[in-house]
Design a binder for this molecule. Structure first.
Ligand SMILES: Cc1cc2nc3c(=O)[nH]c(=O)nc-3n(C[C@H](O)[C@H](O)[C@H](O)COP(=O)(O)O)c2cc1C
Length: 232
């Protein structure tokens, strides 16, 4: 089984009348997925563009519903959690999560954070037990692969880079990925968009090459998993 959940989060569309306005992160994610589906058969492809269709922010009522035992939730509370249930079900089904994210104000877009707030939910994607000591939270999902595809205007957010201390996008996604049940993470980054010079061109080219190479690599891994499952 290969089920892909693809979450895009730029507010820019993948293609526009003026191509200079196209989302780089969405385009890279599209390239990666197109390369992957050329190589393996996908059982299901789930797409969320939270940049253009953001999940609503959680509310006090949402927290109240989450902490109400499932059997005791009233109709209003079930309604309040309906979107969260739907988004979590998509994460649960996926073997591979492809998440594209622009850097906004050195972190993820608010729309993507809203998605995480709906998805990372007690007794659904993690549980909490004080008996675990200083780290009481534990994920309930496991075994998923995450591909993080980012685009930024500046550069050098990686370990040792000139802007490492301002790079809160990938580190935050890595921290949260634990609660999506992610075991393996791959990264593709395009930088220098705001400089609009040869460094951006080079960075974008590198990101495209990496997306193509990663699609080949993951096709083999996912196919291996499928063969293994059908052998059982
Ligand atoms: C609201 C906003 C905030 C941004 N903040 C940053 C930032 O903090 N650091 C940075 O390197 N680039 C920043 N940028 C530039 C974007 O990361 C860059 O344009 C990127 O290519 C956007 O992704 P997209 O092409 O997929 O839409 C920002 C852009 C916008 C619109």
């Amino acid at each position: 089984m290969s089920i892909i959940l693809h979450v895009d989060s730029s507010v820019r569309a993948v293609s526009n009348a003026n191509p200079e306005h196209d989302s780089i992160s969405k385009k890279l994610a599209k390239l990666f997925i197109n390369q992957l589906i050329k190589k393996i058969e996908i059982d299901e492809y789930i797409y969320r563009d939270v940049g253009s269709n953001p999940p609503h922010f959680i509310t006090q009522e949402w927290i109240g519903a989450v902490f109400t035992p499932e059997a005791k939730r009233d109709r209003q509370q079930l309604q309040t959690l309906a979107l969260s249930d739907e988004l979590i079900a998509e994460v649960e089904r996926a073997d591979l999560i492809v998440m594209s994210a622009p850097m906004y104000n050195y972190g993820m877009p608010a729309q993507l954070k809203a998605w995480f707030d709906q998805v990372i939910r007690i007794n659904k994607t993690f549980d909490f037990d004080l008996a675990r000591g200083e780290k009481p939270l534990a994920p309930l999902l496991s075994g998923k692969t995450l591909v993080i595809i980012t685009s930024s205007g500046e550069f050098g957010f990686e370990k040792g880079g000139v802007n490492e201390s301002s790079g809160h996008l990938v580190p935050h996604l890595r921290t949260l990925s634990k609660y999506l049940g992610v075991a393996d993470i791959y990264e593709i980054a395009s930088e220098y968009q705001e400089f609009a010079d040869h460094r951006h061109e080079q960075s974008l080219q590198n990101a495209k090459s990496k997306a193509t190479a990663l699609a080949s690599k993951l096709a083999i891994i996912l196919q291996g998993n499928t063969a293994h499952t059908s052998d059982l």
